[in-house]
Design a protein around this ligand. Sequence first.
Ligand code: C2E
Ligand code: MG
Ligand code: MG
Ligand code: MG
Length: 293
Amino acid sequence: HADTAMYHAKSCGRDNCQFYSAALTQRAQQRLTLENNLRQALERGEFDLVYQPQIDVASGRIRSVEALIRWNHPAGGVIAPQDFIPLAEENGLIVPIGEWALRTAATDAARWQDGGRVCVAVNLSPVQLRAADLVPTLVDILRETGLAPGLLELEVTEGALMEEREATHATLEALLAGGVQLALDDFGTGYSSLGYLKRVPLSNLKIDQSFVHGLPHDRENLAIVRTILALAKNLGFRTTAEGVETAEQATTLAGIGCDALQGFYFSRPLPAGAIPALLQRRWRLDETDPGGG
Ligand code: C2E
Ligand code: MG
Ligand code: MG
Ligand code: MG
């Protein structure tokens, strides 16, 4: 921003300069306010998790639920993760916020186990993966909540796995040795080589929703999804398609061998209290109305 301001200072007239600097000040001010509010949000209990089912194609039942964070801002309504997670990653607040999400999701998931075996998937920022105490924190959380490690799945993105840091690999290995599962989120959207796929024992590869849109008519997306499924199968990873919104997408994905499906077609993300009832439910992928199942 400093560069932009300088550029304008040289090239524009006096009035314009005042305009730009006022706009910059306002943006900086808003950002500072957001940052201060974010700092207080944890203490004030303004975060919430909602959970979205991932449906196992073979059984039609929920295999796992993904925890998705929401911020109930006192003045701004519900704020979506993409509007505050990047800031929290920059200023390090993602570490305590992420720990809160892990503890809350594990507590909820431990409670659900009488209804049937269900995994909980929690998104993990690369910043959390780099933090020195992630492993002991998770060990504490699993002990406190009594959740079996195998029922916790951590979702990371390609970028996090690409980092050639010894410490990151050691952290991942310790987590996996403890039985925690690892999912690769938004697969296909990162700028990455495939080499890391052979080093990291993934339990689940999640196909990004941008490839699911337009199925089955979008021939390029169909080809990409088929290829990802073949790659995952050959490497022994389970697969989940994200962003499934229509019956056609669901049946197409089931037909070409995707193991699990997630998206608004099956369920929007829901409050924790709604999950136990859903664990009894069975979806039929060949019927037009999933509400009947
Ligand atoms: P993600 O992990 O890829 O999560 C999937 C996103 O797609 C969620 O958005 C979900 O609500 C949305 N979605 C699910 N089904 C559909 C569908 O059928 N159609 C469409 N258009 N969208 C669908 P959400 O909840 O806004 O989360 C956005 C991203 O924020 C997540 O992407 C994840 O990267 C991040 N995030 C969410 N919760 C956390 C968290 O606790 N910690 C961290 N570090 N990141 C989080
Ligand atoms: Mg995710
Ligand atoms: Mg995703
Ligand atoms: Mg995403």
